[in-house]
Write a protein that binds this ligand. Sequence first.
Ligand SMILES: *Cc1c(COP(=O)(O)O)cnc(C)c1O
Length: 370
Amino acid sequence: MASQLPAEIGMSIDEIETPALVVDADSLERNMRTLAAYAKAAGTRLRPHAKAHKCPEIAKLQLAHGAVGICCQKVSEAEVFATAGINDILITNEIVDQRKLRRVTELAQLARISLCVDDPWQVYALREATDGKNVEIGVLIEIDVGHHRCGMQPGPLVAKTADLISQSSNLRFSGLQAYHGSAQHFRSVEERKRAIEEATSLVHATKAILAAQNIRCPLVTGAGTGSFPFEIASAAYDEIQPGSYVFMDADYARNEPLANGPSFLQSLLVHATVMSVGVGGQAVLDAGYKALSVDSGYPVLWQRDLSVLGMSDEHTRISRSESAPVQLGERVYLIPGHIDPNVNLHDWYVVVRNRVVEALWPIAAKGPGL
Ligand SMILES: *Cc1c(COP(=O)(O)O)cnc(C)c1O
């Protein structure tokens, strides 16, 4: 199915068909420069998470701004980026199914591929998939540093698993994945700082377990947009993985900012049009759940003192009053609640500079994450 293009290059920002995901190119590039400069000054490698944008054009810009490679969450994402020429990809996730592991093995012939394990079982599955193939796959042991999603508990099994990886002919022990996801969204600076201090102490404990067995740990990687200054300050991490920083969202806007810390601009907005004012006290937009994700709450109106009253599949109702009037046909701009699932609903980014459409970028790695 050919997807309808929401805009044409050269068009004014006001002519973009709605609902549309619109990226401000200057703000996007500024966000990339801000993080790249911060990581560089600290001497930390930057490997942005591409699950936030799912777009090879953006990944290439990140590499041009000093990233060493990218992270993906799913094999289907890694396939899109590797095919587009991104040659260093870390899948920050566990992959268990043999068919998917065969796809990873194929990809490893195209690009430098690493992935995570948190159980020796996954190492055996990887051995089976790569057996007899001329490939080398980097394997990181994911440890649970407080997020309690995936991850091995720091302990003797980490050293045994690292040994098992090293003894596998197609596998290379590449280090530790230590990501604290929930810490990204703790509202106060103090809570985020404390969570990463705890994560850091688990990283140090795990490194000590490896060192006691004379196992070299080549790399520790982790961190996201809400916490990376703390991972960097800890000196326990060699590499950071922020993703949302390219666009930002309403959830991140609710975090207390770090004093003198790096700050990022809201570079992406969903454009919608007021399609009805028939009912008193409200205006209705032409974008609903199919254009706006709500897993982190309703989207927030951009630079308008209006609020979202309710949503359905194809409609969003916003407030309207005499002191805050809204006209039929006018444009309204929304800050997504949570950027990653919101992006996944769309097919295209409309890229705008100085209010003129400069490019259309396909969201090529969208989908349920096969
Ligand atoms: C999502 C994710 C990130 C990036 O988090 P942001 O909040 O988007 O910066 C980094 N690492 C892992 C493993 C993730 O799952």
